[in-house]
Every structure is written in structure tokens, then in C-alpha cells.
Design a protein around this ligand. Structure first.
Ligand SMILES: Cc1ncc(COP(=O)(O)O)c(C=O)c1O
Length: 391
């Protein structure tokens, strides 16, 4: 089979092609396979934010008042989307900032241990290394297995790192490296059963994986809605469970800290641009109007298609679990014997394909993010452009 195979578009493919054409500003000359880093907001989000900025500037003080209830509506919408009570949702700028809240806000002592994997995002691991140094704590790192066959394997790997001194468990819901989606509920249970603070980096999960945060019940769950939810940039979410709220000191003390029995005490405060959060509400409405389950089904199909097609590249090995319950819309692969950083540059400069390339334990990998603005043609193009350069 070759590229012509996908030239006949099914009605479903046409539906998604129209969504992309009508609702995204993406440059048609670029094959954008990098939404895992930062997602492209659809037109309605961009329009909402720009209209809101214009309205605001016409009478700033009046619009501060107008925006306030709209931001609360956005909080309620996001809360419903992630299966949480709105009183447990704080608005932060991004995952980096949200992670700092429990890291800076919980109290630790020398000798306490933080347990995490070797594949936490650098900004997140740096945050905990900093805290560990400040308190004289130890960071215990578990190597996340690269070939994951079952959810229990991940739970066993993390359990093996718990000691009597462990105080905090830091895990990612969807790993930025391989796209592995962990069994959240089981890991939260593991941590809670051992009396640990369970802090979850959900940067990639919101908009990718169905969430029932109140049921999963981590102490903190943090995300960047500008990734897979395609929200305006700078819309981060921090979930704080009821039993953690009184133990975490807010990073910034604004008028929302007292008296306040809710997670909004952890919000970004003071005068600032709130229009991205108005865009957040529209980003959720936009995906709901298409149908989030429909989006998920399409994206899972695309990821499955990519995993299959990559196998046609000589020497390629997919590191993302094949099981769709253990993965989402990120697909990571290596190509034995190939110079991946060079290939990535060539793909960009010669074929305008946007990918990312890094190392996992000295293995060079490509990470490909596919969302509903992508198509099987994008995947075919990626695979054929790689094959051309390796032959
Ligand atoms: C797993 C993970 N955590 C945290 C972050 C940081 O997100 P942000 O830059 O929005 O703070 C990223 C960014 O790519 C990520 O992939």
C-alpha cells in the first residue's frame, strides 16, 4: 500500500478535514504533529479571547466586573469536564506553576522522601529536586519500565520505591516521553494507603483521557489546558482535594486566601489578563459540540494507525504501549541506526513536518502528537518522508 491508499476520504475523514479547514488557523503548508507541546486553539477560542481583549480595553474597570462571573463559569465548566467539584479547582497559569503550589506549600522535614519516576517532566522534577535540597529530603527515582504490559506492572514498580520515609508520590497521568497512561485510581490508592501526598502531573491528560478526579481522589492534580484541550495559552488547572486544602499554603497571598474554604485560594491573583480563561470555557464548548467521545474515538484510531504505519520504517520500534487503555494520542518511536536529531531537522526544513525528538535513557526517539486536526494523510506523509531519507 502507498500514499494513494488514503486519498479516498471516508465521510468521517471528510468531517475531520472540514473541522480543520473551517476551525483552525494552522498553516496548511505545515504538518503539525507537535500539539503535545502546545496545542493550536480553534478559531472560536481565538475569537473569544481577542473580542474579550477589545471589549476589556473599551472600559477596563467595567469589564473586570463583567469577566468575574464568566471566569467562575469557566471554572464550573472545567470542573464538570474533569469530574470534580468546582470548589476543588484553582486557575493557575500552567502545570509548571501548578506543581509549585504543593511543592512550595506542603511542609516537609529533613529525611523525608519524594518518590517519582525517571520520566517526570524536567520542570516538574527540577521543582521537587529544589524542594528536596531546601529541606534535606531525598528524591527516590523508580525507573519506569519501557515495555509496559499491564497496569499492575506500573503499580508494582512504584510500590517498590516506597520506604517508611516516603512522604510524597509524584507521577504523571500521561508520560510526556512515551505517552504511557498510568492507572490513576490504582496509583492514587497505593499512595493514599501508604499515607503519602499524591501529586499528579496531568499536563497531557486533560483533553486526552477521560477524568473523574473526585473519584480518583489525588491530593493535587495539575494540568495545562493549552495542550490537548486546545485552550488559550496560560490556562492551567490545579485540583486540590478537600483533605489537602488546609495543608497546602497558597503560593501567592491575595484577597482570595482569607476567609476561603475553597481551592480558589490557590488561584493566580491580583490584576491580570483573565481573557484566556474565557477562551477556556469556549475550548470546552467547542470540543463538546463536536462530541468528546467522537474526538477520542477518532484520535485513538489515528494513534493506532500511526503505530501500525511506523512499523513499516526499517528499524523502527514503537515505545508507546499498544494497549489503548495504557496510551492516548502520543506515539513515541525510535529507529535503530538512524540519526534522529538530524532527521527531525530535515523533516522540518525540507518537508515542513513539525515533530519533536529527544532521548529516553540514551535512546533517541521521535514523539508524535496526533489530535483531531490531524489526518491519516499527515501520518502517511511523516512515514514516507522518513523512509525517503533513510533509504
Ligand atoms: C508532562 C508535562 N508536565 C509539565 C509540563 C509543563 O507544562 P507547562 O509548560 O504548560 O507548564 C509539560 C510540558 O510539555 C509536560 O509535558
Amino acid at each position: 500500500m502507498d500514499n494513494t491508499e488514503t486519498e479516498t476520504l471516508s465521510s468521517d475523514d471528510q468531517f475531520w478535514a472540514e473541522i480543520r479547514r473551517n476551525h483552525f488557523l494552522l498553516n496548511p503548508e505545515v504538518t503539525f504533529l507537535q500539539g503535545g507541546s502546545v496545542g493550536p486553539s480553534p478559531r472560536p477560542v481565538v475569537d473569544k479571547v481577542t473580542e474579550s481583549i477589545r471589549a476589556f480595553e473599551s472600559d477596563p474597570l467595567h469589564h473586570q466586573g463583567v469577566f468575574h462571573p464568566l471566569v467562575q463559569e469557566a471554572r464550573e465548566k472545567l470542573a464538570a469536564f474533569v469530574g470534580a467539584h468546582p470548589d476543588r479547582i484553582a486557575f493557575v497559569q500552567n502545570t509548571t506553576m501548578g506543581m509549585s503550589v504543593p511543592a512550595q506549600g506542603l511542609t516537609f522535614k529533613a529525611g523525608d522522601e519524594v518518590l517519582m519516576t525517571d520520566q517526570e517532566y524536567p520542570a516538574v522534577s527540577a521543582c521537587w529536586w529544589y524542594i528536596a535540597e531546601r529541606y534535606g529530603m531525598t528524591i527516590r527515582t523508580v525507573e519506569l519500565p519501557l515495555a509496559i504490559e499491564s497496569p499492575e506492572q506500573i503499580v508494582r514498580a512504584m510500590a517498590s520505591g516506597i520506604t517508611p520515609n516516603t512522604r510524597v508520590l509524584v507521577v504523571s497521568h500521561v508520560y510526556w516521553t512515551t505517552g504511557l497512561a498510568i492507572p490513576l485510581t490504582e496509583l492514587v490508592r497505593l499512595g493514599r494507603d501508604h499515607g503519602l501526598w499524591v501529586i499528579v502531573d496531568g499536563a497531557h491528560a486533560v483533553g486526552m483521557v477521560p477524568l473523574r478526579l473526585d473519584d480518583a481522589h489525588p491530593h493535587c492534580y495539575i494540568s495545562s489546558c493549552h495542550k490537548w484541550l486546545l485552550s488559550a495559552k496560560g490556562t492551567g488547572m490545579l485540583y486540590v482535594s478537600d483533605d489537602a486544602q488546609d495543608h497546602v499554603r497558597p503560593l501567592i497571598l491575595g484577597r482570595n486566601v482569607y476567609p476561603n474554604p475553597k481551592a480558589s485560594r490557590f488561584d493566580m491573583v491580583g490584576t491580570r489578563d483573565m481573557t484566556p480563561f474565557l477562551g477556556l470555557a469556549v475550548a470546552i464548548d467547542f470540543q463538546m459540540s463536536i462530541g468528546w467521545e467522537r474526538i477520542r474515538a477518532y484520535c485513538q484510531g489515528l494513534a493506532g494507525y500511526l503505530k501500525e504505519r511506523v512499523k513499516r520504517i526499517k528499524g523502527a520500534r514503537v515505545l508507546t504501549p499498544a494497549d489503548p487503555t495504557l496510551s492516548g494520542f502520543i506515539t513515541t518511536f525510535t529507529i535503530d541506526g538512524a540519526d534522529l536529531p538530524k532527521l527531525q531537522q530535515q523533516l522540518w526544513h525540507e518537508a515542513r513536518i513539525e515533530t519533536t525528538c529527544f532521548h529516553i535513557r540514551n535512546i533517541p526517539v521521535f514523539r508524535i502528537s496526533t489530535h483531531f486536526y490531524n489526518s491519516r494523510q499527515d501520518i502517511d506523509k511523516l512515514v514516507s518522508e522518513i523512509q525517503k531519507r533513510l533509504s
